[in-house]
Design a protein around this ligand. Structure first.
Ligand SMILES: [Zn+2]
Length: 280
């Protein structure tokens, strides 16, 4: 999809699965299992899509999926599946190699968003994209240094500490325009200082929803993930940002939805529902 001087491409990085109950918080199985069918271990299959933004002399990635540094036990737990390709094969399909990426915007450092940031080469962890600067919110970086018992399992230090050690990590302080036409919104419900890139040319606007709205099944207000550290804050952030998105006709990009990559919304008495599917 062309937005101003940029081309925005949806890249698949492989599929994975998470516990369905944890994905839907207080919502009972009888409701969520009708929206996304779980497997025999009550897990639901999820995408880990990224944006590739090309233009103005840049090739920008937004998030980089689970990566491939997984042992067999964790591969089994999270049902990692690269049969339809991984990040590097998707990039290759788009005509790019790792050295072509100029910037990586990490929405946050949970393993399913930042796992592709580093690669093991001859026993050493190095940035996967050797010429890129990586961007994360300063307050999120500070949390990653001291996660709580609740969210510790989502941070894998091998994904991001090597970025700091190699001097390629840039800490962003708050909301604002990062590149021309690419603005960052910050939320604090899912985790402290998650950043949501919004790309706009004044006519077309698309928001990278990351874990504010992981799938279309999370559109109803109380459908908030059990993973969130501040669920009531998520609820208010969802209400505020989705209402603005509807009022201003934004397209919503869904990183984890197993079926659909992008949508527009229409209102219902319980919030919003899908209006149109949008192909990038
Ligand atoms: Zn997350």
């Amino acid at each position: 999809m062309r937005i101003g001087s940029y081309e925005v491409i949806s890249l698949e990085t492989g599929r994975f699965s998470l516990d369905g109950g944890a994905m839907f918080g207080v919502v009972p199985w009888v409701f969520w299992s009708k929206l996304i069918a779980p497997d025999e271990r009550q897990r639901i299959a999820l995408a880990a899509r990224c944006w590739l933004i090309r233009g103005n002399g840049k090739n920008i990635l937004v998030d980089d999926g689970n990566g491939t540094k997984w042992n067999d036990k964790l591969k089994d737990i999270y049902k990692l599946d690269y049969s339809s390709g991984d990040l590097l094969s998707s990039l290759k399909h788009a005509g790019l190699g790792p050295e072509d990426i100029t910037d990586v915007i990490l929405t946050h450092l949970h393993f399913d968003h930042a796992g592709g940031s580093t690669t093991l080469v001859n026993g050493e962890l190095v940035p996967t994209f050797p010429k890129a600067r990586y961007f994360v919110q300063k307050k999120h970086w500070e949390l990653s240094e001291h996660p709580t018992e609740k969210d510790r399992g989502s941070f894998m230090r091998d994904d991001f500490v090597p970025l700091m050690n190699h001097g390629v990590l840039e800490l962003v302080d708050g909301e604002g325009e990062l590149f021309p036409g690419i603005e960052l919104l910050v939320t604090n419900g899912h985790t402290q200082a998650q950043q949501l890139p919004k790309i706009s040319d004044g006519k077309t606007t698309m928001l990278f929803c990351c874990d504010l709205l992981p799938t279309t099944a999370h559109l109803p207000w109380p459908y908030v993930m059990g993973y969130d550290v501040r669920p009531l804050v998520t609820l208010e952030e969802k209400r505020k940002i989705l209402t603005r998105a509807y009022d201003e006709h934004w397209i919503l990009f869904l990183e984890h939805d197993p079926i659909v990559a992008a949508i527009t919304m229409k209102p219902t008495d319980k919030g919003f529902t899908v209006d149109q599917r949008v192909s990038l």
